[in-house]
Each structure stands twice: as C-alpha cells, then as structure tokens.
Design a protein around this ligand. Sequence first.
Ligand code: FES
Ligand code: FES
Length: 238
Amino acid sequence: MSDEPDEPRSGFTRRDLVRGSLVGAVAATIGGKARAAEPESMGPGAAPLELNVNGSVHRLSLEPRVTLADALRDRIGLTGTKVVCGRGACGACTVLLDGKTVCSCLTLAHEAAGKPITTIEGLASDGRLTPLQEAFIATDALQCGFCTSGMILSCKVLLDTNPKPTRQAIREAVAGNLCRCGTYNHVFEAVERAAGQKTAKEGAPHPAPRTQQPEPNYEDDPRVAEALRQVLDEEGMA
Ligand code: FES
Ligand code: FES
C-alpha cells in the first residue's frame, strides 16, 4: 500500500509535474547531442581542407562535390591514381585511406580530410621501388598499366596483413581490381614472388606435357581382355 496521499484522478498532480520535468530534461539532452552531431553544412562554393597525402600536407580549397581522385590528380598532380569507370566498378582508382583500400572516385575529398592517404607515388622511397613493385616488373604483371596502381595497392594491403598469402587469398585481394588486359596470372606470380614464395614459373614443377607422358598400355591388362571377350560373346563374334 502506498504511503502517498491519494491523488485526484484528473488535473495536474505533483507526480505528473516531476515526471514531465524528467522527460523534458532527457529530451533536451538528447536534442542537444543530436544538434551537436549534425555535420556543418558546406558548399556549394569551395571550402578549405587539408589532405595528408603520402606524408605531405596539402592545403586546398575545394567544392564539396570534388572527388578524392580528382583532387589527387588535378589539384595535387599525382596522376598515378587512374580513373577508368568513375563509378566504383573497376578499382583502378584505388588508394589507401587510413590504411584501407577505397575507391577514390567514390570518396569525396572533404571526407578524406585529415586522414592519411597513400597513393602509388607514396610506395617508393629514396628512388627505390618496393619489392612488390619490383616483382610486378619482373613478372610482366602489367600491359596498359591502367589497373596497375590500384592492383599494387590492393596487393600491398594483402601482404601487410598476410605475408604468405595463398593463391586463393591473392585472387580475393584483387577481386575488386579489374584488368582488361588479363594480367591476373602474372599479378598472382608477382605477389608470390614479393612474398618470397615459389612461383609457378620459378619453383613448382610443371606437369609434363601430354606428349611426353608414357602412353598407357592396355594390351597386357587382363581386365581389358575379359571386357573384349564379353563384348565379342554378346555380339556372337567370339
Ligand atoms: S575509376 Fe574508380 S572504381 Fe573505376
Ligand atoms: S594492365 Fe591493362 S587493364 Fe590491367
């Protein structure tokens, strides 16, 4: 049984007043947070931003609609990043944002502001290519080269996380990088070479060509003789 005095069934009670105050206070807090989390509106004109590309900070002023790929190529001059489809389908524009692969044609420059960005130009140091880049050259893993920057960056992330990848792991790592020239087998060999594994070319023995394999000899096989005899019997030719 409650110790509180009975309250009238209609009208505004003391309990209603306290409950209403609490609800109002919580709503005000939530509302305040929601307002604080709302992104500042920007554009349509240019707005300042800093892009941290390959360890260098670039202070730019860009419209919010500008993609990271366009900022890298047209404003910073890093044309190693290629744009092929421009719609996230081919992976040619792959760069690393915070260490992860992203399609720079689908990423707005302002989204990437303040985060570390790595492009293909950021891999070599002191004029020396990385072992992965060297391996791409050694295994002829490129033809026109339009997919190559993105392909190498995807493979770099793979090797950073899995230094001895299987063929299947390599296939999956470059599944989003389309190569119209069909260099995939050479790309697989390049990654294996960079990982220090034997490639199909160097290590694993090739199966002998069919012409060099000994022809099977059925003449002395009694099972063959028995099968022939049965067929001849059935045909009445024995
Ligand atoms: S150019 Fe970006 S995914 Fe094709
Ligand atoms: S080398 Fe030409 S698209 Fe891959």
